[in-house]
Design a protein around this ligand. Structure first.
Ligand SMILES: Nc1ncnc2c1ncn2[C@@H]1O[C@H](COP(=O)(O)OP(=O)(O)OP(=O)(O)O)[C@@H](O)[C@H]1O
Ligand SMILES: [Mg+2]
Length: 256
């Protein structure tokens, strides 16, 4: 019997940014419903991987492949990737002046609902769901009526990324340091939302530098990216080790 194909299969992915080769060779599998933690020193390429999967035009795929839900992910437009059930949060969420947050999120939601064969939500039904999700995430309701991230604080921007995640219910979510800059209640809301969505079958790649969050998420695997390559794969013990010894992973450091 052959094993079922993983939800996301990345093979020997090589990515250039502005004439510089940032990802040298990245291979990983995310089975449906699994939670992977991706760690790595600053500049090792974690955000590059997420933004490449999302289809950001600045990240040029120079080799390798990525299959998502049985499709050639790299051949799809960014919006087709989202409709197929991929969600990638921004480490630094951009402002979109002039575009109201609730209209932005409802438009995205109705596009993925259409792809899932679900009826679109009208403004009234959407607002009810969005308000409830915002309340669970500790995001003031007024944020729904403001332009996307316009004048939002750092933590509010992160909560707004989580609001999109909660509403869209993707098949795979890549969360890029969504906990950084968040207060203690915000981090708790991240853990709760991830647990809720996992119970509904969402898989995750979580990028984080914080052991406490990583432990709370009980990952299926922890991967360490180093200079554009997956250098180590392990269990939660790998994250504990990194927290203890840092990213310089010499044999002596690991034995200490
Ligand atoms: N537009 C660009 N021009 C030149 N170099 C870039 C550009 N974008 C990214 N890089 C470089 O690519 C490397 C990887 O960046 P990336 O943002 O993926 O790192 P990261 O692992 O997410 O780091 P951090 O933990 O700090 O978020 C860095 O050295 C960065 O300077
Ligand atoms: Mg990053």
């Amino acid at each position: 019997m052959t094993a079922p194909e993983a939800l996301l299969q990345v093979r020997d992915l090589r990515v250039d940014v502005a004439e510089r080769n940032v990802l040298k060779s990245v291979s990983l599998d995310v089975p449906a419903g699994a939670l992977l933690v991706l760690m790595g020193a600053n500049g090792s390429g974690k955000s590059t991987l997420g933004l490449t999967l999302a289809g950001h035009p600045r990240y040029r795929v120079a080799g390798g492949s990525a299959r998502f839900a049985g499709q050639d992910l790299l051949a799809l437009s960014p919006e087709a990737r989202a409709r197929a059930g991929l969600f990638v949060s921004f480490q630094a969420p951009p402002e979109i002046p002039g575009v109201k947050n609730n209209l932005f999120i409802r438009t995205a939601l109705n596009a993925v609902r259409e792809a899932r064969g679900e009826a679109p939500l009208d403004a009234f039904d959407f607002l009810g769901d969005a308000r409830a999700a915002a309340a669970r995430l500790g995001l003031p309701e007024a944020m729904l009526g403001r332009p996307v991230n316009d004048g939002f604080s750092g933590g509010e921007r992160k909560r707004n990324e989580l609001l999109q995640l909660a509403v869209l219910r993707p098949r795979l979510a890549v969360l890029d340091e969504v906990d950084s800059g968040m207060d203690v209640d915000g981090v708790r809301a991240v853990v709760q939302l991830v647990q809720d969505l996992r119970a509904q079958g969402t898989a995750f790649i979580v990028v984080s530098h914080y052991l406490q969050l990583i432990e709370s998420l009980a990952p299926d695997a922890v991967l360490r990216l180093d200079q554009g390559c997956i250098a180590e794969t392990g269990s939660l013990a790998l994250a504990t080790d990194i927290a203890r010894t840092g990213f310089v992973r010499t044999a002596e450091a690991q034995a200490a």
